[in-house]
Design a protein around this ligand. Structure first.
Ligand code: ZN
Length: 136
């Protein structure tokens, strides 16, 4: 009787520890069967991998400075941390984006300033050139 019942249920093997279990007790993950114990430890491992925290203290300030100096780096840092699920990483990612935007704004302002400055210089040069040309 007991054998008959066992036959009715499909048995699977846990890919991690190799224990035999009935299909209804096994956990299916990525087309692989795990026993409950292995599955919970697997989940912990995955969470450890994904769950990385934003840098603290000096490193965090360094990241902000780098984001300011190099908007590309700020964008990369912001994207990495903003895509994370926990709030701390999201906040850090958002800060990187904001600082990157400020950095871009400063660069943009600097470009405009240098263009205006060059235009002014070019204008003066042009003026002196015209005067010189007037002499000859
Ligand atoms: Zn197992």
């Amino acid at each position: 009787m007991a054998v008959k019942r066992e036959k009715g249920k499909k048995t699977v093997v846990c890919v991690d520890c190799g224990v035999l279990l009935t299909k209804d007790k096994a956990v299916l993950e990525n087309n692989k069967y795990y026993c409950e114990r292995c599955f919970s430890s697997l989940k912990e491992k995955v969470e450890e991998k994904i769950y990385f925290y934003p840098p603290e203290g000096f490193l965090r300030i360094l990241c902000y400075i780098l984001s300011f100096l190099s908007p590309l780096l700020g964008f990369i840092l912001g994207t990495i941390y903003f895509s994370q699920n926990n709030k701390e990483n999201k906040t850090f990612g958002k800060n990187c984006f904001i600082i990157m935007a400020i950095g871009l704004g400063v660069i943009f302002a600097f470009i405009i300033f240098s263009i205006l400055f060059n235009l002014a210089l070019f204008g003066i040069n042009n003026l002196s050139f015209n005067i010189k040309e007037g002499y000859y």
